[in-house]
Design a protein. Structure first.
Length: 130
């Protein structure tokens, strides 16, 4: 019985580590029950859901896939803005990781801008809303 409790507690902690709450999930499971620990982990938010840069990055990738390069450039620039200005947004990442991601995104923007300049017919300008 105790061995089963510990095994389930470790499983809950491993599941919780994907959401950056593994240690607290471990202690909740160990002290209260693995079921309560599992519920705690299940209702906890995924760490990437509240990151604006991540949302813009995902949107930019979709736009590149659809070959809508002008919108992709805008989305990559929005992601860069959030990376450069929202330090609290990078919980768990080091400054070096952040700087590497910024360089990678700037390179991606430059590549897309050169692609748009080489093939302007594939990306018509945005229409102004009136």
């Amino acid at each position: 019985m105790i061995l089963g409790w510990i095994i389930l507690t470790i499983m809950v902690a491993m599941y919780g580590s994907k959401k950056n709450i593994g240690l607290s999930a471990f202690f909740i499971s160990l002290l209260l029950s693995p079921l309560i620990g599992f519920i705690y982990v299940f209702v906890s938010k995924d760490p990437d859901t509240n990151k604006p840069y991540k949302q813009f990055l995902d949107k930019a990738k979709r736009e590149v896939y659809k070959e809508n390069y002008a919108q992709a450039i805008d989305d990559y620039k929005n992601a860069l803005y959030h990376l450069e200005n929202d330090y609290k947004d990078l919980w768990g990442k080091s400054a070096k990781d952040r700087d590497n991601l910024i360089l990678k995104l700037k390179s991606k923007v430059n590549d897309l801008e050169s692609k748009v300049n080489l093939h302007p017919e594939s990306n018509p300008p945005h229409k102004e809303l009136s």
